[in-house]
Design a protein around this ligand. Structure first.
Ligand SMILES: [Zn+2]
Ligand SMILES: [Zn+2]
Ligand SMILES: [Zn+2]
Ligand SMILES: [Zn+2]
Length: 462
């Protein structure tokens, strides 16, 4: 096989050693190794990064983090050597003060020139939409994509060139399906080999195939949570499961945030219905690892039987697929599909939330504005030509941002060993409220499931 190698590529010995160590543990070695690097890289944001100018500018440009990464950052803050949520609190306060509040406050009507302001509203709205359009994606998502690409490159190179690496991999649990397809794609696009030799392809596929077959038997013999979570990790990836097992000092017990975005509450019911529909389908579609974890959490609370049935069928279908494709896997790009629930969120849920907002404002005047998170606020700002609806979204966003930023300022100012005693209950919850405001539905859902776990005390909150 060594003769088939197109060229000798210098190896990243450290990363390769980490992969070999991960192969000795359970589950997909790429998932585990990427998770370790993700943790190392994310710790920067809640430590020195929170006062580093370049990092602040980057986070500000992206308007914070996606919902899931908003939660992983506070999980890291639960780590033994960080005693509070001060790091993420400083990042959020910076975005509010430097970017969000100045933009929103400019769009608020002044009583003195109400009529003039009404006439100028289309101009204000266009400017606000531009100011609240994030210029970059979540910075942690970008870092994580870079880490994953590097790990996949190292894995592919080592598998193609090292017989000891191949032997360790053959004895391991194998890659999860998404990583199997990504490595196959990396190999096949010629970045490592001109063509993927049949023998190498078989070495790559065989441990995963063996593991899927094992999980199929396990599902039939042991109908417990371990069989469910093990199969979902294998089919959709394990990154979120690894994070979710991370011991955090979230201190949600008795201190759970009361702040809820009204649109998130509405979308939450839609998501539950979408999960139930998914479980009724003959075979589960492709999901990202967060939605795989989410479906597991949903099934554990709503009844696991439908998930067992769906996984039984999905495992059987994947085995047939791997056996049929094992000989060629000619266009692995076709295997890298989008997550069905992510697509549903972008399309169906977004449309239904817009309808909900329209119905809510069907009357001539609505008294007060509902609580609104940033992602849903931005979605509803695109309500033209119904200016009244987008104006209501802007005012709701402004009201929430001012209130939550004030609570967070209280958390920050009392976040020292000497000041803790004077921290108010609403200030103690301010970091959770911030995660919910910036993270939207995804941050909300993750915190919801984490709140059922035993609490770990936060130094500032206890
Ligand atoms: Zn994996
Ligand atoms: Zn992210
Ligand atoms: Zn929301
Ligand atoms: Zn997804």
């Amino acid at each position: 096989m060594m003769n088939n190698v197109a060229g000798s590529v210098p190896l990243d010995t450290l990363r390769e050693t980490a992969l070999l160590e991960a192969m000795a543990e359970s589950g997909c070695p790429l998932c585990r190794s990427i998770w370790r690097d993700d943790r190392r890289s994310q710790t920067w944001y809640v430590n020195d990064g929170a006062v580093d100018h370049k990092t602040l500018v980057r986070v500000r440009r992206a308007l914070g983090f996606c919902g899931w990464h908003a939660v992983t950052l506070v999980l890291l803050e639960g780590h033994a050597y960080i005693w509070s949520h001060l790091g993420s609190a400083l990042l959020y306060q910076d975005i509010w003060q430097q970017r969000v509040l100045p933009a929103l406050q400019r769009s608020r009507p002044h009583r003195a020139h109400g009529l003039l302001w009404s006439g100028l509203w289309p101009f204000h709205l266009a400017r606000l939409r531009l100011q609240l359009a994030s210029q970059e994606a979540c910075p942690v998502c970008a870092d994580a994509a870079h880490i994953e690409a590097e790990q996949i490159a190292t894995f592919s190179r080592a598998l193609a060139t090292h017989s000891t690496f191949r032997a360790s991999y053959s004895a391991s649990d194998g890659l999860c399906l998404p990583h199997l397809f990504k490595v196959m794609e990396h190999l096949a696009t010629g970045r490592v080999l001109a063509t993927v030799p049949g023998e190498l392809r078989a070495t790559l596929v065989q441990p995963t195939r063996r593991r899927i077959s094992h999980m199929g038997r396990f599902l039939k013999g042991y109908r417990g949570k371990l069989a469910l979570s093990g199969t979902i990790r294998l089919l959709f990836g394990a990154n979120t499961f690894l994070w979710a097992a991370h011991q955090a000092r979230l201190d949600l017990d008795g201190n759970e945030s009361e702040w809820r975005c009204a649109a998130c509450a509405y979308a939450d019911a839609l998501l539950m219905r979408a999960c139930a529909d998914l479980l009724a389908a003959p075979v589960l579609p492709h999901l990202c690892d967060w939605h795989g974890w989410f479906l597991y959490r949903f099934a554990v609370s709503a009844g696991v039987e439908p998930l067992f049935t769906a996984l039984d069928r999905t495992v059987a279908a994947q085995l047939l697929f791997l056996d049929a494709q094992g000989a060629s896997l000619a266009s692995p790009q076709q295997l890298l599909r989008s997550c069905a629930l992510c697509v549903w969120g972008r399309e169906r849920e977004a449309a239904l939330v817009r309808e909900w907002w329209r119905d809510r404002h069907a009357g001539l005047e609505v008294s007060g504005y509902p609580e609104l998170c940033l992602p849903h606020g931005r979605l509803l700002l695109g309500q033209l030509p119904a200016l009244r609806l987008s104006r209501a979204a802007a005012l709701a966003l402004c009201q929430c941002a001012e209130h939550l930023s004030e609570q967070l300022a209280g958390y920050i100012s009392h976040c020292s060993e000497h000041q803790q005693a004077s921290m108010q209950p609403a200030e103690r919850r301010a970091w959770q409220d911030s995660v919910r405001w910036f993270g939207g539905l995804m941050g909300n859902e993750t915190l919801k499931w984490f709140s059922h776990r035993p609490p770990h005390k936060c130094g500032a909150c206890s």
